[in-house]
Design a protein around this ligand. Structure first.
Ligand code: SF4
Length: 341
């Protein structure tokens, strides 16, 4: 469910929170001393039922990659992750619930004690699906809201339906599944952020995530329609500060006010123990860089983990981040993968 926000930092927050709840220290989330990633963020398919204006992938109906992992390859990777005792996995897409082996993947994770977070557009969360997610011990479901009103939501989420999304969240609540909400700011929805935070709380969410709009994927083509003005962002974050205080102790409001460059400057010194797995099995260093460090169709998770540690130290990575300081449109290249393995 990739959105046009600084998603990697969200995963960092999410990782810290989960590890904390599992008695790890968030300080241990760096990659240096570990023998495997702590968190695998798996974009299982590029296929999606929606075609959102702000999608940071190039997802949509009929957009599955031709070389997405087969069933055998998918379960081979899952088995390796289970053997390495990787504790936490998130499944996203595209829309992960349209993946042909979605439920079997969850069953495998549940049997092997892996905590799973699902990131979805919320259009397949029927009562039965929500109950099944609960039965399979899914730790949290993050649903994208992107509007406090039907009109705004349906404008940004092409083929999407605000009422179906809300009903999906209600079904999660009824089934007792943890709810998180994601919100991507655009020039026509920043004014509804307060409404959306209130709605998220009212519907039982325990976390609310947002950040800044990212110039990549489908969002490149629609940028002129999307990007909030500096004044809109200022008001947006002001409201978020207020909402953070208002909901303190009841719902966590996570937002990343700093831009992508600051995030990457931090990450190059402190790489998170996080693999981003693409639908075709390539593994990225972080979503906000074009670099890959292995291919799960032919390399083992252990081998790629070794590559990952070395790749972060490569001069190409530092140079790309430095270049972003003078060219903020470089993020348009994030899907032109550069192999550093
Ligand atoms: S729901 Fe929208 S943002 Fe998410 S993957 Fe599909 S098209 Fe992209």
């Amino acid at each position: 469910m990739p959105e046009a926000v600084t998603e990697d930092l969200q995963k960092g927050s999410s990782l810290g929170k989960v590890l904390k709840s599992e008695s790890f220290s968030p300080a241990d989330t760096g990659s240096g001393s570990l023998s495997a990633p702590l968190y695998v963020a798996w974009q299982t398919t590029n296929e999606c039922n929606l075609a959102c204006l702000h999608c940071i992938e190039e997802s949509g109906p009929g957009k599955a990659f031709k070389d997405e992992l087969s069933k055998e390859q998918t379960f081979d990777v899952l088995k390796q992750l289970a053997d390495l005792q990787v504790p936490y996995l998130s499944l996203s897409g595209g829309e992960p619930m349209v993946h042909p082996h979605f439920w079997e993947m969850l069953e495998f994770c549940s049997k092997n004690g892996m905590l799973v977070k699902l990131e979805t557009n919320g259009h397949f969360l029927t009562k039965d699906a929500a109950k099944r997610l609960k039965d399979l011990n899914v730790k949290a479901v993050q649903v994208s809201m992107d509007g406090g009103s039907r009109e705004t939501f349906n404008k940004i989420r092409i083929h999407g339906d605000f009422d179906i999304m809300k009903e999906g969240i209600a079904n999660l609540g009824e089934a007792g599944v943890g709810i998180e909400i994601n919100y991507s700011p655009t020039k026509f929805n920043t004014h509804e952020i307060g409404m959306a935070v209130d709605l998220a709380h009212e519907m039982g969410a325990y976390s609310f995530y947002t950040g800044r709009t990212m110039y990549t994927g489908n969002a490149v083509k629609t940028w002129h329609l999307l990007v909030p003005t500096p004044e809109q962002y200022e008001q947006y974050f002001k409201t978020l500060h207020e909402k953070t205080k208002e909901y303190e102790g009841r719902m966590r409001v996570y937002f990343h006010e700093m831009g992508l460059l600051e995030e990457l400057r931090y990450r190059i010194k402190n790489p998170a123990a996080l693999f981003i797995v693409l639908p075709n099995g390539l593994v990225k260093l972080i979503n906000a860089l074009p670099f890959t460090c292995g291919d799960l169709r032919k390399d083992s998770v252990t081998k790629i983990w070794g590559n990952f540690q070395k790749a972060w130290k490569r001069p190409e990575v530092a140079k790309f981040i430095d270049d972003m300081a003078t060219n903020d449109k470089l993020t348009a290249q994030l899907h032109n993968w550069v192999d550093l393995s």
